[in-house]
Design a protein around this ligand. Structure first.
Ligand code: NOJ
Length: 568
């Protein structure tokens, strides 16, 4: 197998809790995934990114792992996991594990031991980041946690604080300790020996902290911003090179690091061919709001970018990694609202069309595309009305902090949650129009989006013009056209406020991708229509008829211009 097989692959993310429930307890499980593997084979994806299935008390839906080598009871058993892996492989689908090793659960035996270890001889004493209180008894520094509150929690027994960049149930591992690194690498090799095909590494850009853990700048909030002291920290590349040497180099894996705060230059360091670290990263820039108008409360009230800003951002990544690294392509995952609701138009008249347009815009770029479950159906935000409908720890903590400590009204904060909260994309997968969308025969752990009667997999598999069928075609194009995989990207019409236009060039082929991000019919700019001469082929379009001089509401059309590419 070619080592860079993942350059041609399309990845599908499963968030197991919300994918398919096979035993009626209202929680998705491995048995459910096994039932739906043929569905994924039909879609045509190559790899499943499996959000965490390890044993976990579920403070953060599995991103708080208490045993890396066991399966969460809600999800099933190791035997079922093995059955799933075997069946997936039989269908030609690989499985990439999602691994959170910046932190564990506070119920992990390492942490339980570490808490007890007043005794210097205890081997787990320095597995986590413990510090003495300040003289006034306060936290060792002013860092805030990503999920609200201080990043430090005091432990009576040990008489010290421990660091947690996320929830207090997610203590940060101390990567400075070689024993920690050794344990993590050994565990990863254990999974590789089991036959898994790769790793998605949760917040891997945060594993190395600046020694001394200095206070962060106060940006008008309640806590300091520790980011500069733990994002892309001083030893992160050293740790990843070791991980590569001791784990990745032994297997033909796909590896992707989740790297909040990474710039293009950082990405080259993480993913460059001679870096010997990762295959690709998830950068965050295009998913965050307008950098020139940051929200008072971070993502909750951030302003969205304009289309020209967004195009510049994505294009910077496309050109910045050309020949130097590799991009991941995504608009969606379990931490983000649904793309059709955020970047498209989820009202019934435009939903399917704009979902296909966004998919075209993303899938025709250079990199490895990721589809988050339900995106291939154009599933929309949950738009929950009441706080009781929400389950996510980040969301619930934010509500508490913004209403109680920052004085916002519950209505305002509920408005933030509806727009950008993570539970928007965590509602159960909509399989059919039977009760609970066919997800469970029990009571679902989180509400089903009531639009499942119109938006569901069964209906879309039968409809040749559905969003699902359109994703199948996009995936097929990546598998069959070299220009989609290798073509050099160029942004056209950068200042156009309505259209996203770019080309991809490979040998003697050129693709011209034109996407209308509005609900208005617009003229095609003159310099483009000159290129769309009648004998150009349409490779794919979300409209059934061709019209070259106007671009219709949310239209996406990809033209193939032959013989005008470059030899490369
Ligand atoms: C990123 C994960 O995607 C998110 O769901 C999680 O809450 C944090 N990392 C902490 O593990």
């Amino acid at each position: 197998m070619k080592r860079d097989w993942w350059k041609k692959a399309v990845v599908y993310q499963i968030y197991p809790r919300s994918f398919m429930d096979s035993n009626g307890d209202g929680i998705g499980d491995i048995g459910g995934i096994i039932e739906k593997l043929e569905y994924l084979q039909d879609l045509g994806i190559d790899v499943i990114w499996l959000s965490p299935v390890y044993r976990s008390p579920n403070v953060d839906n599995g991103y708080d792992i208490s045993d890396y080598q066991a399966i969460m009871e809600d999800f099933g058993t190791m035997e079922e996991f093995e059955r799933m892996l075997e069946k997936a492989h039989g269908l030609g689908i690989k499985i990439m594990m999602d691994l959170a090793v910046n932190h564990t659960s506070d119920e992990h035996p390492w942490f339980i031991e570490s808490q007890k270890s007043g005794n210097p001889g205890n081997p787990y004493r320095d597995y986590y980041i413990w510090r003495d209180p300040k003289e006034d008894g306060g936290a060792p520094n002013n860092w805030g946690s990503s999920f609200g509150g201080s990043a430090w929690t005091y432990h009576e027994g040990r008489g010290q604080y421990y660091l947690h960049l996320f929830a207090s149930g997610q203590p940060d591992l101390n990567w400075e300790n070689p024993a920690v690194r050794g344990e993590v690498f050994q565990m990863m090799n254990w999974w590789c020996e089991k036959g898994v095909d790769g790793f998605r590494l949760d917040v891997i850009s945060m594993i190395s902290k600046v020694p001394g853990l200095p206070d962060g700048k106060m940006n008008g909030g309640l806590y300091g911003d520790g980011g500069p002291f733990y994002i892309n920290g001083p030893r992160v590349h050293e740790y990843l090179q070791k991980m590569n040497e001791q784990v990745f180099s032994g297997y033909p894996l796909i590896t992707v690091g989740e790297t909040p705060g990474a710039s293009v230059e950082d990405a080259v360091r993480y993913t460059g061919e001679n870096a010997h670290e990762l295959n690709m990263i998830f950068q965050f820039e295009h998913m965050e709001g307008d950098p020139d108008h940051p929200g008072k409360y971070g993502k909750w009230d951030a302003k969205e970018m304009s289309l020209p800003q967004w195009k510049r951002c994505l294009s910077k990544w496309q050109t910045g990694l050309e020949g130097k690294g590799w991009n991941s392509l995504y608009l969606s995952n379990h931490d983000r609202p649904r793309p059709v609701s955020r970047f498209g138009n989820d009202s019934p008249g435009y939903r399917a069309c704009s979902a296909k347009m966004l998919a075209t815009c993303l899938h025709m770029m250079k990199g490895t595309p990721y589809i988050y479950q339900g995106e291939e159906l154009g599933m929309t935000n949950a738009y929950f009305e009441k706080l009781e409908d929400y389950r996510d720890v980040e969301t619930l903590n934010a509500f508490e902090e913004l209403t109680n400590k920052r004085g916002e009204t519950p209505e305002t904060v509920l408005g933030y949650l509806k727009r950008i909260g993570r539970d928007n994309a965590r509602t159960p997968m909509q399989w059919d129009n039977s009760s609970n969308a066919g997800f469970t025969t029990g009571t679902p752990w989180i509400g089903v989006n009531p639009n499942f009667t119109e938006i569901n997999a069964r209906q879309q598999r039968e409809d040749p013009d559905s969003v699902f069928q359109y994703y199948k075609r996009l995936i097929h194009l990546r598998h069959t056209m070299d220009v989609v995989v290798h073509g050099r990207y160029e942004l056209l019409e950068p200042e156009d406020e309505n259209l996203f236009v770019y080309s991809r060039t490979w040998k003697d082929e050129k693709l011209l991708v034109i996407c209308n991000f509005t609900k208005r019919e617009l003229p095609v700019p003159q310099q483009l229509s000159d290129r769309i001469f009648p004998d150009t082929d349409v490779v794919i379009s979300n409209y059934l008829t061709r019209q070259d001089d106007r671009i219709r509401p949310y239209e996406a059309t990809v033209y193939l211009i032959k013989g005008t590419g470059e030899q490369g």
